[in-house]
Write a protein that binds this ligand. Sequence first.
Ligand code: 5GP
Ligand code: ZN
Length: 113
Amino acid sequence: MTEDGCIFCKIARKEIPAKLVGENALAIAFWDVSPRQPLHILVIPKVHYANVAELTLNDEASLVAVMKLGSELALEFAEESFRFSFNTGAAAGQTVFHAHGHLTSRTPRGELA
Ligand code: 5GP
Ligand code: ZN
């Protein structure tokens, strides 16, 4: 899918609601609507790329912004252990074709929003 009709572009532009948890100039983070671990945050670049490979190969600034925001939120919300993973391609489980990192942890720190 291109930017047209992309649900994560709409969330990044704040055209549709999401529970935002953090933001920097080039990336934004929000709680996954259907969490699969006690901590489950999605971190996306504000600019549309179909997957993490396209993001990485075309826009290092946005890639760094995504990784920094994910790392900051991991330190804030996870008790030491976490995963930051990018499903890429339908066969790998990707269902939204706007690059996004899943920040998940079984050991959240304190009360989650
Ligand atoms: P994927 O399967 O593409 O790696 O991950 C997509 C993720 O986006 C899923 O975990 C799904 O629950 C989440 N998701 C899909 N639509 C929305 C939405 O409108 N809002 C939020 N907050 N999460 C969404
Ligand atoms: Zn998009």
